[in-house]
Write a protein that binds this ligand. Structure first.
Ligand SMILES: Nc1ncnc2c1ncn2[C@@H]1O[C@H](COP(=O)(O)OP(=O)(O)OP(=O)(O)O)[C@@H](O)[C@H]1O
Length: 258
């Protein structure tokens, strides 16, 4: 379970871009985060995996408080958080298998990784997952020879090789054509069920959010103002989420008045 309590993020001395957020994600649910550009969706995801330092508040993943971790403890916790990126973040000159095995970097020795002597169990698991997502036949192909959809499947398998306790996807389909995009969303939903994994997806495509996720969280410049099943996302809710302005929503009225 991911439990976020009273999370605040302020870049420098500016107004907070996350304002006292509370969010709980349990079980294998697939949750999308929608909202205008600048609403704070990526910042929220990045606070969870600590690519961005939260200013205050708590983020707990299955009982482990993530916000104060340092060094080895942070690296250990990060293994449990799988990330899928818009730009795939693959190493082009490496093969699909090598890219996928980089998901095990936190688990195996540097020597094993550099010499590419992967443990048998890891190779077996990689083939199982690659088979599942339809890219096993590309195991020895260089990543830059694959299409966008295939590359994203590699990204998904790499994240799953970490044996994550949660999967975070930052606009995972934004670089893909509409059909491929739907396939990747369907895959994320199905994998969440099969692996009993919570998945949190930052997504601009509201139609896909409604179709492929169990719950939609709507952010408006630092706050969560909608959190419900897709069917509840009507026009009024959409208007509410996609209105407002960064300054009016983020600034502190008490500070303004003083
Ligand atoms: N490293 C940073 N330093 C300063 N400000 C930042 C930084 N990263 C993001 N911001 C600001 O924080 C706010 C929220 O940005 P964020 O990228 O989280 O929004 P978003 O909802 O993901 O937007 P988009 O949909 O366009 O990706 C924006 O005003 C942005 O300019």
């Amino acid at each position: 379970m991911l439990k976020i309590t009273d999370l605040v993020k302020r870049y420098g001395s500016g107004d907070p871009v996350l304002k006292n957020l509370d969010l709980m994600i349990e079980g294998e649910s697939v949750v999308s985060i929608i909202g205008s550009s600048g609403a704070g969706k990526s910042t929220l995801l990045r606070c969870i995996n600590r690519l961005v330092e939260p200013t205050s508040g708590s983020i707990e993943l299955n009982g482990t408080e993530l916000t104060h971790l340092r060094g080895r403890a942070l690296r250990t916790a990060r293994r449990k958080i799988g990330m899928v990126f818009q730009g795939f973040n693959l190493v082009d000159r490496l093969t699909v298998m090598e890219n996928v095995q980089s998901g095990r970097l936190g688990y195996i020795s540097t020597w094993a990784a550099l010499s590419r002597s992967y443990p048998k169990a890891d190779i077996r698991r990689a083939f199982e997952l690659m088979e599942r997502v339809g890219i096993a036949h590309y195991a020895d192909t260089r990543a830059d020879q694959l299409s966008g959809g295939e590359r994203q499947r590699v990204g998904v398998v790499r994240a799953l090789m970490q044996e994550p306790e949660i999967l975070l996807a930052d606009e995972p389909t934004a670089s893909l054509d509409p059909k491929t995009s739907e396939q990747i969303m369907g895959l994320l939903r199905d994998l969440a069920r099969e692996l009993k994994l919570p998945v949190l997806i930052n997504i601009h495509n509201v139609t896909e959010a409604k179709e492929y996720t169990d719950r939609i969280v709507g952010m408006r410049y630092g706050r969560i103002i909608f959190d419900d099943q897709p069917a509840a996302l009507d026009k009024a809710a959409m208007d509410e989420i996609y209105s407002g302005s960064p300054h009016a929503d983020r600034s502190d009225p008490l500070k303004e008045a003083s």
